[in-house]
Design a protein around this ligand. Structure first.
Ligand SMILES: Cc1cc2nc3c(=O)[nH]c(=O)nc-3n(C[C@H](O)[C@H](O)[C@H](O)COP(=O)(O)O)c2cc1C
Length: 334
């Protein structure tokens, strides 16, 4: 996520925040904010970068973001503003727009309140796609990390939205940990599935398998060594381009899960952590540390992994809340 203000106040430095390589398409820009003028300007400034979709953040519980009067998940309490924001964003771009939200916050956690939010935003703006992190947020001071663990997941709300808003697109998110679970969610009707932490902590067995196991492409015979060779060229060019930020540690961070559950993974991570204190290029970091990983791991192609639990979504569909009915009058004066 980029705050609209970051974009608006960094006009001389936009590439650092908004540029990306052509191989990264399709790519979505997520904006956060609560000022319509800045949201409009930020969208305008981002437009030449050619993002495929602009998403508006209505799900972040971090006190830095969602603190009193700020943005993120708190905006779920103000669907009228979110609709206005989406109109403004949409008026300044030609690409699709979407909202990422939770299923509620604090004691505003009924299915009906979630539906009122979806109904108001979709009927008063061009928003047709919502990404639903299927747990509520607690703004009582728990950390953002705990806010991704403590409130229980309620996939039944997500599946009820599919039933009650058949003209909209919904992506399910939260707690989905394997490709099998992705496919199980889709089997039960999910239009899209978003993975956060699993893709980050185990990229080889999640991202490496997505094209084949989800999109039906032939399984690629690429190895981790080849991925790292390409990443090194990309990463070193990024580090050279912008000087201090992102630094080498920022650029290497997404790789740290690449050997998840493999022999010597922990040793490699420890050595990489130490080497990051003095290495100035990713090339030198790899030269110094990759010897810790056995060749058979580095040179093994991706293989299908055993399945995870897949009946979660069937169970959720047996727990759907009663259908939503719009009370136009009540909504009008709410
Ligand atoms: C380190 C970290 C940073 C995140 N940053 C964002 C963000 O900028 N915008 C957003 O909408 N969600 C953000 N999230 C939340 C994830 O998109 C996702 O909704 C959440 O982790 C639940 O999905 P998961 O169980 O698949 O991880 C972040 C999550 C993590 C762990």
């Amino acid at each position: 996520m980029l705050a609209a203000e970051t974009i608006v106040y960094q006009t001389g430095n936009l590439d650092r925040f908004l540029a990306y390589g052509p191989e990264q398409h399709p790519i979505v820009l997520q904006i956060g904010g609560n000022n319509l003028e800045n949201l409009a300007k930020a969208t305008q400034l981002a437009t030449p970068y050619g993002y495929d979709e602009i998403n508006f953040n209505c799900g972040c519980p971090s006190p830095r973001v969602a603190g009193h009067g700020c943005f993120g998940v708190r905006l779920m309490l103000d669907p009228k503003f979110v609709a206005e924001a989406m109109c403004v964003i949409s008026a300044n771009t030609n690409v699709p727009v979407s909202v990422k939200c939770r299923i509620g916050l604090d004691d505003h956690d009924s299915y009906n309140e979630l539906c009122d939010f979806i109904y108001k935003v979709s009927s008063q703006s061009p928003t047709r796609h919502f990404i639903i992190h299927s747990r509520k947020a607690l703004l009582n001071g728990i950390s953002p990390a705990d806010n991704r663990k403590i409130p229980p997941l309620k996939y039944e709300y997500y599946y009820a939205l599919l039933r009650d808003f058949p003209d909209l697109q919904f992506t399910i998110n939260g707690g989905i940990n394997s490709i099998d679970e992705v496919n199980a969610a889709r089997m039960e009707g999910a239009h899209g599935v978003m993975l956060g932490r699993a893709a980050y902590s185990n990229p080889w067995q999640i991202l490496g398998l997505v094209d084949s196991a989800v999109y039906g492409a032939p399984l690629r015979s690429i190895t981790r060594r080849q991925v790292l060779e390409q990443y090194q060229v990309y990463g070193d060019s990024v580090v050279r381009m912008y000087g201090l930020k992102p630094n080498i540690r920022d650029v290497v961070k997404p790789l740290l899960g690449l050997f998840h559950a493999e022999p010597r993974n922990v040793v490699w991570k420890r050595r990489a952590d130490a080497a990051l204190l003095h290495c100035t290029t990713i090339k030198s970091l790899f030269e110094e540390t990759l010897g810790e990983i056995p060749d058979r791991v580095l040179d093994a192609p991706i293989t299908e992994v055993p399945s995870g639990s897949t009946d979660t979504f069937i169970k959720a569909k047996s727990l759907l809340p009663p259908p939503y009915t719009v009370n136009e009058e009540e909504l009008l004066y709410a």
